[in-house]
Design a protein around this ligand. Structure first.
Ligand SMILES: Cc1ncc(COP(=O)(O)O)c(C=O)c1O
Length: 391
């Protein structure tokens, strides 16, 4: 059971706002804030490189925290500036060429989708989209038929999209990928910190994630996972001193494992903040966080569905913390602003946030209220009252 009052007393932001924008960037808890601020202070007073050297063990421990969180080896983890760059480093290093076929899902995130369009136009990569089941998640049987039918270089999809609570069946997709020997890249940007994730259970070869959303870490840092075996076989799209140490004037050696996808320079205050966020979440228990998020978001959805004029748009037979909805006769940005005036934070997704899905459902936009374990029942009630008035 989650001790909600304790989580809230750890979160200074809850005294200012009811924050339902955890799918954007969550409110950081005090241990994360302290970790970032202490590190930053030391840099200010003693120097960035000097602090980096002194805090070497703390920085190394962040890789172990990530590895423990996702059930990987430490060597299989690399840090990045954000989830998109982590994802790009992997995607663009896969050596896709003309005729390589990738399969994705309808709910794909806009930046990933832009990359598919780019490799389609630049290289002649074939981009196929697997259909959904009637409840909206990727249809795993149809995916398997597609993989059986023609050579597939990559299955690449999100675990939870940006625009709704849908949870894609990542482990069932992993079964298909591993049975057919197809590489599998999972975008876990919205699910990391929200639900338990074990890369061995999911059987993904690669995974990417961010610090600032459900993990409640700082902005400006993300990470990737790649199996040691796959990493060793890939030539990174970019190299620099961390990923490819130059050992002779005319030679560089690629770093072992995931480090070949990393850069040396980082916002180390954010890196230690990410480590603190993971340790904080695992101390609470990710399973307990996931239970509370599901209970809260289910009840929010149920109540919203009862309000005349409100339509809830979440798909999926399993749903998580993102609640997406519209109100008849109201623009999504207007709803966000009206809530903001009442110190309630939500965000919006546009038709281009998840372009294939939003266009298929003819949605111009949705309001996105994303719930976390530290949100209180009173905050949900306040939010619902405000929506009732608007509707
Ligand atoms: C599903 C999904 N994937 C990827 C990203 C990109 O993450 P970042 O902004 O850290 O690059 C987001 C961001 O909202 C997202 O929702």
């Amino acid at each position: 059971m989650i001790d909600v009052p304790l989580l809230r007393s750890d979160t200074p932001g809850v005294r200012k706002v009811a924050h339902f924008n955890n799918a954007g960037a969550a409110l950081m808890p005090t241990p994360v804030i302290d970790a970032v601020e202490d590190y930053r202070q030391e840099e200010i007073l003693y120097g960035g490189y000097e602090t980096h050297r002194k805090r070497g063990n703390q920085i190394a421990a962040v890789y172990s925290s990530i590895a423990d969180l996702i059930g990987s080896e430490r060597s299989e983890v690399a840090l990045a500036d954000n989830a998109t760059r982590a994802w790009d480093m992997l995607f663009y290093s896969l050596g896709l060429t003309e005729g390589s076929r990738i399969i994705t899902t309808t709910s794909e995130y806009v930046s990933n989708w832009a990359a598919y369009l780019q490799v389609r136009d630049r290289l002649g990569v074939v981009v196929d989209v697997a259909p959904d089941t009637s409840s909206g998640e990727i249809d795993v049987e149809a995916l398997e038929a597609m993989v059986t039918e023609a050579d597939t270089a990559l299955i690449t999809m999100n675990h939870m999209p940006t625009n709704g609570g849908l949870v894609n069946p990542a482990a069932d997709v992993g079964d298909v990928a591993s049975r057919h020997g197809v590489r599998y890249l999972l975008d876990a940007c919205q699910t990391i910190g929200q639900m338990p994730i074990d890369v061995n259970e999911i059987k993904c070869d690669m995974l990417t994630a961010t610090s600032r959303k459900y993990l409640r870490g700082p902005r400006g840092v993300g990470f990737l996972y790649i199996t040691d075996e796959l990493a060793e076989s890939l030539d990174p799209v970019f190299v620099e001193t961390e990923s490819a140490p130059v050992v002779l004037p005319d030679r560089f050696d690629l770093a072992a494992g995931a480090h070949r996808f990393e850069t040396w320079e980082k916002a180390y205050d954010n890196v230690v903040g990410l480590g603190a966020a993971i340790d904080y979440a695992t101390d609470i228990g990710i399973e307990a966080i996931w239970d509370r998020i599901r209970v809260m978001s289910t009840s929010m959805r149920n109540v919203l569905e009862e309000i005349e004029g409100v339509t809830v748009h979440d798909l999926g037979s399993v749903k998580g913390g993102i609640v997406s909805f519209t109100i008849e006769g109201r623009q999504t940005l207007e709803i966000r602003e009206l809530l903001s005036e009442q110190r309630i934070n939500v965000s919006t997704s546009t038709a281009f946030s998840a372009p294939v899905d939003m266009h298929a459902r003819d949605l111009e936009g949705v309001v996105r209220a994303s719930v976390h374990a530290y949100n209180s029942d009173e905050e949900v009630d306040r939010f619902i009252d405000a929506i009732r008035v608007m509707a």
